[in-house]
Design a protein around this ligand. Sequence first.
Ligand code: GLC
Length: 482
Amino acid sequence: MHIAMVSSEAAPFIKTGGMGEVVFGLAKELAKTNEVSILLPLYKGLSFMSEDEIMKKKPFRTNIRVHIAWREEICDVYKVKVEGINYYFLRCDRYFLRDNGIYSYYDDIERFAFFTHAALDFLITLRYPPKIVHLHDWHAGLLPFLVKEQEYYARRLDKTKFVLTIHNPAYQGLLDVSGLENIYEISPAWHNRGCLDFNGMVSTLKGAILYSDLVTTVSKTYRDELLTSEHGMGFEQLLKDKKDKFIGIVNGIDDNYYNPEKDIYTSHFGIDSYTKGKLNNKRRVLEELHLTGEDIPLISFVSRFTWQKGLGLIFSSIPHAVELGANIVIMGSGEKELELVAKSYEAMYPSKVRVIIGYDERLAHLIYAGSDFTLVPSLFEPCGTSQLIAMRYGSIPIVRATGGLVDTVIPYDGLNYEKATGFSFVNFDSVSLSDTISRAIDIYFNNKWLLKRIIRNDLKTNNSWKKYAKLYLRAYNKAVGK
Ligand code: GLC
């Protein structure tokens, strides 16, 4: 089957969060038995292979004429093959060769409207168009609408089915009704008919939900949460109407890349040698970050800094955790205010708390491999990646029981030492997080046997993509009617 992913990010070229990694991990596994393409904008600042190197190649397609905002933009497409996946980079310098990252420009809606149209105009040039076009979040959300409501595209893609994965519905692709006409060149009548209307605006995510043949999200629990008015972010009724065409499939991780036995950034360890191996990594982290105390718990947090991730709870829990003896390492970047507050805690506890603003892949691996606990106290979490990586490296996750964190971490309940892989709490407040950290620290100091047992359970957990890619294939087959 030919599957084409249309995504605003995908590793190894560009990722700002979990989605970019998920698109790559899933595609790589699928590519073992299918033809898989990933369509990406040709951004500035690509890793793995730079945009300059890519642009030196002979284009795979040239001069695709893309209609956008009543203009015509020319798009060249470059192809790069990695891990069996065909990456197609859609080039439009005015939109994507920019200096300050890939998102948060005043004209994001227009940039991704271009991407949507360009992806579509490229797909119809393929001799064998994909059977499945798999969209991720809002960015190319109106693509299935453009196909299904326009004869020209519908005829050319008549065997193609559309799958949408919702990674984060807090990003809804909102635009003014006027933008529908002025940017997408879609008649405002579509808004008046109500189908693209989202509280008086247009939401490309809503369009994607309505017009996709199958909608997925990244865990079963989050699927159920999205059907409630409390968590549905306004999409609950639409999703309820999809019935069995809305499913949850939990994310995997690339367990070859995240592999404590051969990680290029860390001291190696397997399940039977982890005590020594983890200690080596812990020493390296402490030394590099100018902290001391290899016998005291090292608690880490590696994530984007957004309100969703529960940083507020972490900040309020720091004094208590420090008092109980823990060292705390926080790495990530995002909202400036959160970065400043995090830094102020480091200033308050200079010998116990270390805050690294930014993201350093090497150090992230080392922190997972060297820390004893990893915090994931999210307000909501469709799946979450941090806890999956943490478990792989035997850093026990301390999570809030929400979304994918429920599906991927088995909390210790006082009895289930045979299965438990972490700790969890329910209420989104700092007292609950503090209490849970206290329980974890208590076990660290006073019940080494249990601590080791939980670490072993973590190291044995299998969250490989092999397991979950099969579920996507089954879903694709269902969408194409097999
Ligand atoms: C988003 C979600 C996160 C999920 C990731 C990949 O970042 O917030 O929970 O793990 O997408 O699907």
